[in-house]
Design a protein around this ligand. Structure first.
Ligand code: 5RP
Length: 221
């Protein structure tokens, strides 16, 4: 079993009958969703909300009904992946382009678990390009502002066109190298008009499941 599968499947142990589950997006949580599908088909009763159209399709194909986030009272647990995680449990997300919905779901969850392979654990955030979701209007001006701030921006492409998120926005990836102060950076980026949200997830999880050496390691805050 690869590290993603080990981590993704381990998270299933945290799901209880009757829970409302937030389903993240990506190739690690894929394994969570596949396993959850098996359990649902065997009688587990859960309500699920999704963080992307891709996850909705996958979950529904597995027999997991997806509810509108506006129709659930609370989300007991969200299981999601991450692109980088540091020792303070802060992370970069959005490599799969779903950062906005992922952040809304995480923020409204009682508990968030990240499932990752061991390559995602880092001493310092920033090697992975930081995704920022921006509205289309004035996006080149927003891009220029990032350049002026020394953030080395690049529009994310989907083939020959700009990549479009589920919310209809673009993503600009910032090649930062090192992020010294994630909280301050998040404030700077999110205060620029045109920015919808950035992929810095600070203080949102206290449980990380890492696939490593054929086993699942649980890191608790
Ligand atoms: C999608 C995400 C993913 O959780 C992140 O990119 C990790 O993905 P994977 O599990 O495929 O490595 O933030 O927007």
């Amino acid at each position: 079993m690869n590290e993603k599968q080990i981590a993704g499947e381990k998270a299933i142990e945290y799901i209880q009958d009757g829970f409302t589950i937030g389903l993240g997006t990506g190739s690690t949580v894929y394994y969570t969703i596949m396993k959850l599908g098996e359990l649902v088909r065997s009688g587990l009763r859960i309500t699920a909300v999704s963080t992307s159209e891709k996850t909705t399709k996958l979950a529904e194909a597995q027999g997991i009904k997806i509810s509108d986030i506006n129709d659930v009272q609370k989300i007991d647990l969200t299981i999601d992946g991450a692109d980088e995680v540091d020792q303070h449990f802060n992370g970069i997300k959005g490599g799969g382009g779903a950062l906005l919905y992922e952040k809304i779901v995480a923020l409204n969850s009682e508990k968030v678990i990240w499932v990752i392979d061991s390559s995602k654990l880092v001493d310092q955030l920033g090697k992975f390009p930081l995704p920022v979701e921006v509205v289309r209007f004035g996006c080149k001006k927003t891009f220029d502002r990032f350049s002026a701030l020394g953030f080395n921006p690049a529009f994310r492409m989907g083939g020959p066109f700009y990549y479009i998120t589920d919310a209809g926005n673009y993503i600009i990836d910032l090649q930062l190298g090192r992020i010294e102060n994630a909280m301050k950076l998040e404030q700077i980026i999110n205060s620029i008009p045109g920015v919808v949200e950035c992929g810095l997830f600070i203080g949102m999880t206290n449980t990380i499941i890492v696939g490593k050496n054929g086993d699942a390691k649980i890191i608790l805050k």
